[in-house]
Design a protein around this ligand. Structure first.
Ligand code: DAH
Length: 343
């Protein structure tokens, strides 16, 4: 009896291994598995059931053999499954379209900043950078701000606690000072970057914004050089058909100083209800002037030999005008519905 049982098991094992060899898909492997190990009518299950008919003294040996077969069948099926699994990976169809990853692009402020930089780089300006955490000396004193100038007020400027005379720069003009102290004329730089003011956020104010500063120092530089430079810049940026207007103004570090307006590029002053200029016809775009002789002196440059001009503009303001952005805060909300419009 026991020999018959052992022979039968050997036979089953042989058949199983033959059948297993031919398996190539997960479905047929599952069918094979069912055939041998299914709880209801699997061959192995049947063998285990039949153990009860084996004479008592032969039971342990018979049980061992059945068990060995069980382990062999189960592990062979597991191995085969892995084999088929990896085989299927290799035969995947790589010509199918891949996943669609959305492509990013620079933020509108970065785009405007590089457009401004590109124009001025083409005009021969170098780019200079300065620190955002600045000394009072560079931000105010050397730029000819008097001790009691309102911009120095604690209500307007972020001072750094515990560090005397240290603040977040309120404009990019301190880079002028740093650069003039380090370099001999001729000087021709622009300086883009972040600036900080204690403003409550609203549609036209945020405590952080961006400026681009320009500075040119050489022998014989006059106001007409400033005018020509800004005309070329503005026409390159907004188009040849906009006009420029210089309005007398005041900055402590320039004399004379001028605020520059451009004619409204949407209505050219012809629409009293224009959504950009509100009918005024002019848009304020930047501050400028001839570098104050005292500022040159502060930087070790002789104002009897050299002269120069400077200008400064807000990147947000220019971006808002050009793209009709009505609320400054939208630049910083990171709402994709806004941000992705300017790819
Ligand atoms: N620093 C000025 C501001 O933040 C802008 C400015 C005006 C810069 C005139 C200049 C300039 O270089 O000449 O309001």
């Amino acid at each position: 009896m026991i020999n018959e049982f052992h022979n039968e098991i050997e036979k089953i094992k042989g058949v199983f291994l033959e059948e297993l060899k031919k398996i190539q898909s997960q479905e047929s492997l599952k069918t094979l598995k069912d055939k041998y190990v299914s709880r209801k009518k699997g061959i192995l299950t049947d063998l285990l059931k039949r153990l009860k008919d084996v004479p008592r003294e032969e039971k342990p040996a018979a049980g061992k053999t059945v068990n060995k077969l069980k382990v062999l069948i189960e592990s062979s099926i597991t191995n085969k499954l892995e084999e088929i699994g990896s085989g299927e990976k290799l035969t995947r169809d790589y010509s199918l379209p891949g996943f669609d990853y959305p492509q990013g692009h620079p933020h509108l402020l970065s785009l405007i900043r590089s457009q401004i930089e590109d124009i001025l780089l083409t005009m021969g300006y170098d780019i200079a950078y300065g620190p955002e955490i600045e000394q009072d000396y560079y931000n105010f004193t050397a730029l000819n701000f008097q001790k009691d100038h309102p911009a120095r007020d604690e209500q307007d400027t972020f001072f750094i606690d515990g560090l005397p005379e240290t603040l977040l720069r309120t404009h990019t003009s301190p880079v002028q000072i740093r650069y003039m102290k380090d370099h001999k004329p001729p000087i021709k730089i622009i300086s883009p970057g972040k600036v900080f003011r204690k403003d409550e956020p609203d549609a036209t104010h945020t405590p952080v914004f961006h400026q681009v500063e320009g500075l040119l120092i050489d022998k014989g530089i006059t106001f007409s050089h400033l005018r020509g430079t800004l005309e070329l810049f503005i026409h390159s940026f907004f188009g040849d058909n906009v006009n420029l207007r210089f309005r007398p103004s005041y900055f402590p570090f320039t004399e004379p100083s001028a605020e520059v307006d451009i004619s409204c590029f949407l209505c050219f002053g012809k629409d009293p209800n224009c959504r950009i200029c509100k009918g005024g016809g002019w848009l304020e775009i930047l501050g400028s002037g001839m570098v104050h002789p005292q500022v040159l002196k502060n930087c070790g440059i002789d104002p009897d030999v050299y002269s120069g001009f400077a200008f400064g503009m807000g990147i947000e303001r220019i971006a808002m005008l050009k793209h009709e952005v009505r609320d400054l805060r939208m630049f910083y909300d990171n709402d994709l519905r806004f941000v992705t419009q300017f790819g």
